[in-house]
Write a protein that binds this ligand. Sequence first.
Ligand SMILES: O=C(O)[C@H](O)COP(=O)(O)O
Length: 248
Amino acid sequence: MYTLVLIRHGKSVWNLENKFTGWTDVDLSDSGLQEAREAGKILRKHGYQFNLAYTSVLKRSIRTLWIVLHEMNLEWIPVYKSWRLNERHYGSLQGLNKEETAKKYGEDQVHQWRRSMDVKPPPLEKSDDRYEADDPRYAELQDGEYPLTENLKDTEARMLKYWHETIAPSIKEGKKVLISAHGNTLRGLMQYLDHISPDGIANLNIPTGIPLVYELDQDLKPIRHFYLGIEGEVPEGEIDTYIEKHRS
Ligand SMILES: O=C(O)[C@H](O)COP(=O)(O)O
């Protein structure tokens, strides 16, 4: 059996401001920093060990990983960053307030943009300042790979290439892997691992900063998964209660 731990970055500044973020490189909020510290303490308290970590090229997930590894005294392990673990690109919605956008376009349209598999948010124009393909961190992207917008299917496809080519082989080699990433990247990985239907994934949200543990068989098929809280495994369906109790 293999153990894989996923963690969605701690709350970012724009998470608190309820803005569409996507590839915008915003930092963690103070509460997000605290969430990352708590996650590291939880993993250390329950005896988890890692010898390899993966994250995106966005600071909110990189800093979450750094803080978790610091709390676990594991700053020394190799960390690999890839744009393929970036959050879903939200197109020209990036920077807009989600509530104001829902008032303008309707709750249902925003829900479709946020949670459906197939619906793409309105695209960026390449002339837009938010189109950052020239950023050095994206130098390896081939023409057309820097997205103007993504639906969940697009995000999953570019993330799963990295899963199949890089992450899964390292797990099969016996590496104890931690992945620090984003809400939709991780929703996509969960959909793939657990064969979640499009309707099912539309209702799946991943809380920030709480370790999500997958137990995988020899073929990397999930045996089970659970959130890990300070007292240990959070009972199925009780993560919201846990968050209310520990974060209010
Ligand atoms: O990119 C964002 O806006 C958030 O990190 C995820 O937003 P969502 O939960 O609306 O997809």
